[in-house]
Design a protein around this ligand. Structure first.
Ligand SMILES: [Zn+2]
Length: 149
C-alpha cells in the first residue's frame, strides 16, 4: 500500500569475532587518529573508501593508502526506523537517516548515519562533515556520524 512503512523482523543472531583483514584494519587504525583513509588504484587511480584489496574496475591489487577529506556530499539516503543492538532488531527511538556519502578525494560511497536535520528535511546533494567519537576507541564506531553543514 503506498505510504505504508514495511518492517522486516529477522529472528537470527550471529556473534562474530574475526579479523576484518588488512585493508579494514588500516582503515580503523586511521579512524582512531581521526583520519579517513582510502586506497588508490595504481592503474585507474580510483580511490576507495573504505579501502578494499582489489580494484573493482581493473582488478589490480591495492596497497597505496591515501587520506581523504572529512567533508563530502550526500549522494543518496534512506530513513531508517529500526536499529540493530547486539544482533537484535529494535524499533529506533525516532526515525534517522543513513546516507551514502561521497567524500572529497574519494570515488566510492561510504555508508554512515547522517544528523543535523530532521529526516523529512534532508536532501540529496547536502554537504556533510565527519563527527568523531570522543575519545576514539580503535573501532568502526570512531567515525560517529556525518553532520549536515
Ligand atoms: Zn583500478
Amino acid at each position: 500500500m503506498p505510504g505504508e512503512t514495511i518492517k522486516s523482523m529477522v529472528p537470527i543472531t550471529f556473534l562474530y569475532k574475526n579479523r576484518v583483514g588488512q585493508a579494514l584494519e588500516t582503515y580503523i587504525g586511521g579512524l582512531k587518529e581521526k583520519k579517513i583513509l582510502g586506497i588508490r588504484c595504481p592503474e585507474c587511480e580510483k580511490v576507495y573508501v573504505p579501502p578494499r584489496t582489489v580494484c573493482g574496475c581493473c582488478h589490480k591489487k591495492l596497497d597505496l593508502y591515501v587520506e581523504v577529506d572529512q567533508r563530502g556530499t550526500l549522494e543518496n539516503f534512506t530513513v531508517a526506523h529500526v536499529t540493530i543492538e547486539g544482533g537484535e532488531i529494535k524499533d529506533a527511538p525516532e526515525p534517522y537517516v543513513i546516507g551514502m556519502i561521497k567524500l572529497e578525494g574519494a570515488d566510492s560511497l561510504l555508508s554512515a548515519v547522517v544528523k543535523g536535520l530532521p529526516p523529512e528535511k534532508v536532501k540529496m546533494g547536502a554537504k556533510v562533515k565527519a563527527v568523531w567519537k570522543e575519545p576514539t576507541e580503535n573501532n568502526y564506531g570512531d567515525l560517529a556520524y556525518f553532520e549536515i553543514v
